[in-house]
Ligand binder design. Structure first.
Ligand code: NAP
Length: 282
């Protein structure tokens, strides 16, 4: 018998908790927590993400500073904006929405975000600190997955965990978090041989591939916990994950749906990171 982990419900309860914390912060220190969101260009998906992030800020009482820049904005102007946000005491977190237009050197722009304000957890210092299991701002999506394990009381210690996908924003930090939680981790990618056999050995299977319904039931061990990070479109254009939910669910102890699984946790963790950045700035 499997249980579906309800990311939407968990995200809602965490946001209520963050809202209370943000309110207490203001009461205790007389400061409003601020998040700067920078969007360059008119990519429609990015516009939706930015809107949702600003909406989440409103929901939890974080002040958002939105910068919507023209797609032809010169590199220098963008760098100067990020530098001024880095120095601004009212801004606790800085988020530059990716991808940036092609003429922009994204890495250089991001390098101006101090690690204390890097609420996406993407910079080398935060990644390095995560590897060393030190306090840091952790990338939002994998951190959201860790909250899901915790909320269900799923033990990771000594478990075989397999992460499929090695991106810097999901797969790699996910593997590191699981390692820090005492799981034995295998990180897979497009060149991995015998992916099916490796997945069949997973007590915990995290799919972050970007291929609709790629993980099929014959790749999943009986009783596994399956986390689907994917946000893909099926052959009918319908939102789905990297896991073939309908066939895989019968083999799982726990499984996350798409939509309503990992997705709602990501922005919630962004709010949490912004709160954390404010607390650490005191
Ligand atoms: P990405 O940067 O494109 O990385 C995909 C990873 O999957 C790569 O490491 C790639 O291997 C690996 N891969 C591709 N095909 C494979 C195959 N056949 N077998 C094994 N590994 C394979 O993607 P991402 O940014 O990590 O995102 C992954 C998925 O998560 C996407 O669907 C994305 O939309 C979704 N996502 C969701 C959220 C959320 O909030 N729910 C957040 C971020 C991402 P190589 O490294 O060898 O190329």
């Amino acid at each position: 018998m499997y249980k579906v982990i309800d990311g939407k419900a968990l995200a809602a309860s965490m946001r209520a908790d963050i809202k209370a914390k943000v309110f207490s912060f203001k009461q205790d220190y007389g400061k409003t927590i601020g998040l700067a969101v920078v969007l360059v260009g008119d990519d429609s998906a990015s516009q939706v993400y930015v809107r949702n992030k600003i909406k989440a800020c409103e929901e939890v009482g974080i002040k958002s500073f939105a910068y919507r820049l023209d797609k032809d904005t010169p590199q220098k102007d963008l760098e100067e904006l990020v530098q001024s946000l880095a120095a601004d005491k009212n801004v606790n977190g800085i988020l530059v929405q990716l991808p940036l237009p092609e003429h922009i050197d994204a890495e250089k722009v991001l390098s101006y975000i101090p690690y204390e304000k890097d609420v996406d957890g993407f910079c080398a210092q935060n990644i390095g600190r995560l590897c060393m299991n030190e306090d840091c701002l952790v990338a939002c999506t994998p951190n959201g997955v860790m909250q899901m394990f915790a909320s269900e009381g799923i033990s990771l210690k000594g478990k075989n965990a397999v992460v499929v996908g090695r991106s810097n924003i999901v797969g790699k930090p996910m593997a590191m978090l699981l390692t820090n939680a005492d799981a034995t981790v295998t990180l897979c990618h497009s060149k991995t041989q015998n992916l099916k056999e490796i997945c069949l050995n997973a007590d915990i299977l995290v799919a972050a591939i970007g291929k609709p319904k790629y993980i099929s039931a014959d790749m999943v061990k009986e009783g596994a916990v399956v986390i689907d990070v994917g946000m893909d479109r099926d052959e009918n254009g319908k939102l789905c994950g990297d896991v073939d939910f309908e066939t895989v669910k019968e083999k799982c102890s726990y499984i996350t749906p798409v939509p309503g699984g990992v997705g709602p946790m990501t922005i919630t963790m962004l709010m949490y990171n912004t709160y954390l950045a404010a607390v650490r700035s005191l």
